[in-house]
Design a protein around this ligand. Structure first.
Ligand code: A3P
Length: 320
């Protein structure tokens, strides 16, 4: 009941107040260090609540990502694949009229957003690092689809996003300062490399349980990955569906051009599904390109970031 959730909230706030803090990407909320990653305090309340109360069903499928690695896209693709038989008349697809974040809820914010999960839809999302996931997700062997992305593009996307979200000007949080923090891993859900490695190791250990995809690969060959996702989720495309061009229809529906031009995704409406910050729907669509970092980073900055990545991922079999 309400009393219990209020007590819990007070308990989480107390724990959070004891955590190490650092200056944040957003002026209003310092980042706090919790279980080896950095996060905004209001997000941590939701994460702690998910860790304590969230019960996964064994049939649940999770899209897991570090912010700005293609979460919105992945949510759309997984939803479109899973529900393709419900919306044979494609004009009725909810993706045409609702934000992907409204359709696929965050377990990080279930407590704070007032959103409830749709019992008919076994699809949920989270930014939580693998080792901090609510226990029942791992214990129930839930399927996980993870996407990651070139750290240089993640950094630029994150920096731009922070500007949009806080309504601040670029000089309020200069690129150089943001870059330094990103390299040190001090950003929401960071360090980024630890986030990747947590899911990468899980993928190596449970290849049938964790599908690991790079944004760049997904972008270059969306068609093949959509088929692979369908197989992984236990609903492979039939010969008939393939010959009807259904795979391509999903690729097209979820493309950056298609989604970003829909009225709903251009709208400045604030969504409670995106947690305490109530982000605008249009904040999730910027350029959707590979390599936009070239327009922002100096050669030295790019080289240094590449070097950190090489060092952190060395010997893991993973590279960018
Ligand atoms: P850019 O800022 O580089 O443009 P997330 O959804 O995890 O917040 O990630 C947002 C990034 O994914 C943004 O990157 C955004 O433009 C891009 N994006 C959103 N929808 C996309 C889509 N359908 N296809 C490819 N990229 C997409």
């Amino acid at each position: 009941g309400t009393d219990k959730s209020l007590r819990n909230l007070t308990k989480y706030k107390e724990i959070i107040s004891t955590l190490t803090q650092k200056r944040s990407w957003l002026p209003s909320q310092p980042l706090h260090e919790y279980q080896g990653f950095w996060c905004y305090p209001t997000f941590l309340e939701g994460i702690m609540s998910a860790q304590e109360h969230f019960i996964a069903q064994p049939t649940d499928i999770f899209t897991c990502t570090h912010p700005k690695c293609g979460t919105t896209w992945l949510k759309s693709l997984c939803f479109a694949v899973l529900t393709r038989r419900n919306f044979s008349d494609s004009s009725s697809n909810p993706l045409l009229t609702e934000s992907p974040h409204e359709i696929v809820p965050w377990i990080d914010f279930l407590a704070s957003s007032g959103q409830t999960r749709d019992p008919e839809l076994p699809l949920l999302a989270t930014h939580i690092p693998y080792t901090s996931l609510p226990e029942s997700i791992v214990e129930s062997n839930c399927k996980i689809i993870y996407t990651c992305r070139d750290p240089k593009d993640v950094f630029i996307s994150l920096w731009q996003f922070a500007g949009i979200v806080s309504g601040s000007r670029a000089e309020d949080f200069p690129l150089e300062e943001a870059y330094q923090q990103f390299c040190e891993g001090v950003h929401p859900y960071g360090p980024y490399w630890d986030h990747i490695l947590g899911y990468w190791k899980a993928h190596l250990q449970f290849p049938d349980g964790v599908l690991f995809i790079k944004y760049e690969d997904l972008k270059n060959d969306t068609f093949s990955y959509v088929k692979r996702m369908a197989e992984f989720m236990g609903c492979p495309f039939s010969m008939e569906e393939e010959s009807q061009g259904l795979v391509q229809k999903i690729v097209d529906l979820c493309s950056f051009e298609s989604l970003s031009n829909l009225e709903v995704n251009k709208s400045k409406k604030r969504s409670s599904a995106t947690g305490p910050f109530k982000l605008q729907y249009d904040a999730f669509f910027r350029k959707g390109k590979i390599g936009d970092w070239e327009n922002y980073l100096t050669v030295d900055m790019a080289a240094q970031l590449d070097q950190i990545t090489e060092q952190k991922l060395s010997g893991t079999g993973l590279s960018f």
